[in-house]
Design a protein around this ligand. Structure first.
Ligand code: PGD
Length: 819
């Protein structure tokens, strides 16, 4: 524990935690001015530098806000004459009036249309605390009102979450109980990383981070003489280390490469056919496909054409893989593409042919360095968790189909072997996420968001999603609240002290929802008589009791010594014991009958009869090369000859703290940096530091050009997370121009396939040109202006308690629209 200063605050300040690291902070009373990483973290994330100055930043939502059109004309789809979501004024009525109106609207929607008409899917990372986790709070509240339409799967691993359980094991097994870094560092001879090992992504973890061990593990591996083959169009997707070989295929072609590697193993007698037959099903079908049953033998020469790589490189890699202890890992980004199910499945099949699955340092992994969690040993116990109750509404939507949901009520959607019917959403209730960061095709999303009767957003900041809401409820940030956090693989529990008072009129999401619960008659059930502070202590103490009773740890595993709450709060950090070094599928390898996998056959499925029976053209029964609609080999590349990689940013988590010092310092002329190969830049008369327009048919954005030979020719890399800042906010008809550099104006919201319906935001085809016009200002960090003095708060139109809202005269013309 650190020494205390005379004021009673420990030397480096009070403990706190984010998704990217645990730390102590010092403040000046209202703002954080110094952050010191937790001393147990061997490689703290630079993202901590975004925190100082963030609490009182001008982009905070200082007071509740209501869109003028909604307040004055009542709920309903928008109309240009009564104001559009995303361009209308915001009034600032008092908290009580806003909550009265919202409670009345929730009641109206439930009474008139049923609970399925509320979309509470509300995806997003929000803050790391376990009690104040915004989505958990919202879901708990909506469940007490009778439920909501939920979203399923994640943006991170949406395709893997559907394919992997069908053919191997749930994605959570790969992420949370895969082969650990210490085993890789000690045993792996060759680490073949499809998508590289981008350490910037290993900095973050949902629920918090204890240590960052990935960089050290890779150093140990190469120091021991191990090799890493980094396969990515971006050379810096794997750190500069001796023994790293870089292969840069055309983006989106890894599956063809994997199939050719598998074919080479087979044809050169290097495949472990015995393992493939004893531990897998479908070897014969997969092998027949590799050998050309569809008319195309998957030779290295075939893949070389697709991947734009020399065939010899493929052959040499296949031989090296068979020559020692080899671990194949596939980055999450590869499945965030059209046909994204195929990359993890083909990687798994390739590893199965090598026959090293279940051996220390060999086999298959999914997502090493895609987030902090993969490769970290889990703690022996589960962690404190806020119960969310039961959602009786059965309607669901895959998380990446948000626009589809709002634009096409009643439509049918195939998903994971069943058919969903999309409900008619009247009210969108969002807490702790930013769809203008995470969703694709933002022009379409903007049109979709005009459809519901009401859009409610809880957020500390005037994010683009808040700007598209009818009701904006200012949330505190985690820095203003007490909480506890920890992720099982972080194996650390942190007492998150409140570092500053609540900013202006912002309130904890819990308190806001409790006030709404009071108006709707579920206050006692929601609060159970506790304040937020009492809840935090209650969650900890009931966890401690369960631990002591042995209810949270399997027999024979070490139990953490958890001190009483007051002591935990004082010490700030509590390390938890882990289960130790792990090798994925070790027991299954030793005895597949006694330790079957949770697949239909109990084995690894190189061919899935269940998937084949669905007869989906975009997801056949075995790993398959399927051309995406947008890649450098598609006809569209004639018009849009550059492949955009919209990957995770190095200077912030998603869109969080885009206004932070580190994120701001990375911008070029105030725009998100876009990296291009110097050859592509020179061909377009673009120099380092120029502002460029990146565009396709869906939209355009301005970005700052950075010339970098580590980017493969034909590729543009523009990370996600710049806050969407449309040049013409009132224009919903034309493709948007984001002046700040959000790549999701360019990406498509087509989903991975009819199996997983997952996000494909990683890739799109684009063109780039130097921006020659006047440079529009970036305005997105300035709050929407206050209304003029002659309209201080508007006059509220009160809708009837049930029935239709006042219908606008003539709404926008929405394809598939309901009015
Ligand atoms: P964040 O920026 O983390 O993005 O998408 P996500 O929506 O999670 O949004 C979190 C929001 O929560 C922020 O607006 C923050 O201010 C708010 N917040 C923080 N604390 C609180 C709180 O206490 N209360 C409330 N109410 N709000 C709070 C992430 C998603 O984006 C993910 S996980 C991935 S992996 C995707 N990746 C890609 C990609 O690779 N390529 C593209 N093109 N697009 C992607 N989008 C996806």
């Amino acid at each position: 524990m650190s020494a205390s200063s005379p004021g009673g605050v420990p030397e480096h300040g009070r403990p706190h935690a984010t998704h990217w690291g645990s730390f102590r902070a010092r403040t000046d009373g209202s703002e954080i001015n110094q952050v010191t990483p937790w001393d147990g973290d061997s490689a703290p994330s630079p993202l901590l530098d975004n925190i100082p100055g963030s609490v009182t930043h001008r982009s905070r939502v200082a007071r509740p806000a209501v869109r003028r059109g909604w307040w004055e004309h009542g709920p309903g789809p928008t109309h240009p004459q009564s104001g559009l979501r995303g361009s209308d004024d915001f009034l600032r009525p008092p908290w009580d009036e806003v909550l009265d109106a919202l409670a009345q609207e929730l009641r109206r929607v439930i009474d008139s249309y049923g609970n399925a008409a509320i979309f509470g899917g509300s995806y997003g990372w929000a803050s790391a605390g376990r009690f104040h986790h915004a989505q958990s709070q919202l879901h708990r509240f909506l469940n007490l009102l009778g439920g909501y339409t939920a979203s399923v799967n994640s943006y991170s691993t949406g395709a893997a979450e559907v394919i992997l359980p069908r053919v191997a094991a749930p994605e959570s097994v790969f992420a949370g109980a895969g082969t650990t870094w210490d085993v890789i560092a000690a045993h792996t001879g060759l680490l073949v990383a499809f998508g590289g090992l981008p350490l910037r992504n290993s900095g973050t973890n949902s629920g918090g981070v204890g240590d960052h061990p990935a960089a050290e593990a890779l150093r140990s591996l190469t120091a021991r003489g191990g090799r890493i083959v980094s396969i990515s169009p971006l050379a810096d997707d794997t750190a500069e280390l001796p023994g790293v070989q870089r292969i840069a295929p055309r983006p989106g072609t890894d599956v063809a490469l994997m199939l050719a590697l598998a074919y080479t193993l087979l044809e050169e007698g290097l495949a472990d056919v015995e393992f493939a037959r004893s531990h897998c099903v479908g070897f014969e079908e997969f092998a027949a496909y590799l050998r050309g049953r569809d008319g195309q033998v998957k030779t290295p020469a075939w893949a070389a054409q697709i991947c734009d790589l020399p065939a010899e490189v493929i052959v040499e890699l296949a031989r090296s893989m068979a020559g020692g202890r080899t671990l194949i890992t596939v980055a999450w980004s590869l499945q965030r593409t059209q046909h994204g199910e195929q990359a993890p499945w083909a990687g798994l099949a390739l590893a199965a042919l090598l026959g090293q699955i279940g051996l220390p340092g060999g086999g298959f992994g999914h997502g090493y360095a895609s987030m902090n969690k993969p490769g970290l040993s889990p703690s022996t116990c589960t962690l404190p968790r806020l119960p969310q109750g039961h959602n009786p509404v059965t309607e669901i939507v895959p998380v990446a189909a948000l626009s589809e949901l709002l634009l096409n009520p009643g439509a049918k959607m195939p998903y994971d072997g069943r058919t969903l019917r999309l409900p008619d959403i009247r009210l969108v209730h969002w807490a702790g996420g930013n769809p203008f960061h995470h969703a694709q095709d933002l022009g379409r999303l903007r049109r979709a968001l005009q459809r519901p009767d009401t859009v409610v957003v809880h957020d500390p900041y005037w994010t683009p999603m808040a700007r598209h809401a009818d009701i904006v409820l200012p949330s505190t940030t985690s820095y203003e609240r007490q909480d506890i956090t920890g992720s099982r693989n972080g194996a650390l529990l942190v007492a998150m002290h409140a570092l500053t008072p609540a900013h202006e009129q912002s309130r904890d999401d819990y308190d806001v929802l409790a006030d709404l619960a009071r108006r709707l008659g579920v206050y006692d059930a929601f609060t159970q008589g506790r304040t937020a502070t009492q809840w935090v202590e209650h969650l900890y103490e009931s966890w401690r009791q369960d631990l002591a009773a042995g209810r949270l740890t399997p027999p024979g595993t070490p139990r953490p010594e958890a001190p009483p709450f007051a002591q935990f709060w004082e010490q700030g950090f509590l390390r938890l014991p882990t289960v130790g070094p792990l090798t994925l599928f070790e027991q299954f390898r030793a005895d597949p009958v006694a330790h079957p996998l949770p697949t239909p056959s109990g084995r690894l499925e190189l061919f899935s009869a269940a998937i084949a029976a669905l007869e989906l053209p975009d997801c056949p029964g075995h790993p398959t090369w399927l051309e995406p609609a947008e890649w450098l080999g598609s006809p569209l590349a004639q018009r849009y000859p550059l492949h955009l990689i919209a990957n995770q940013p190095a200077h912030r988590l998603h869109s969080q703290l885009d206004h932070g010092a580190l994120s701001r310092a990375s911008k070029i002329a105030g725009r998100e940096p876009a990296r291009l190969n110097p050859g592509d830049a020179h061909a377009r008369d673009i120099s380092d530091g120029d502002v460029i327009r990146v565009f396709n048919d869906r939209g355009a954005c301005l970005a700052g050009a950075h010339l970098d030979a580590r980017v493969r020719p034909g590729v543009v890399q523009l990370s996600t997370g710049a806050w969407f800042d449309p040049l013409e906010p009132a224009d919903l008809e034309n493709p948007p121009l984001c002046v700040h550099g959000n790549p999701n104006v360019l990406t498509s919201d087509r989903r991975s396939s009819d199996l997983a319906q997952a996000s494909t935001g990683q890739h799109a085809l684009v063109q780039v040109e130097r921006w020659q016009g006047q440079l529009p200002p970036v305005r997105v960090f300035d709050p929407p202006p206050e209304p003029s003095a002659d309209h201080p708060s508007g006059t509220r139109s009160v809708p009837a308690a049930s029935g239709e809202p006042p219908a606008p005269a003539a709404g926008l013309d929405f394809p598939g629209g309901r009015r």
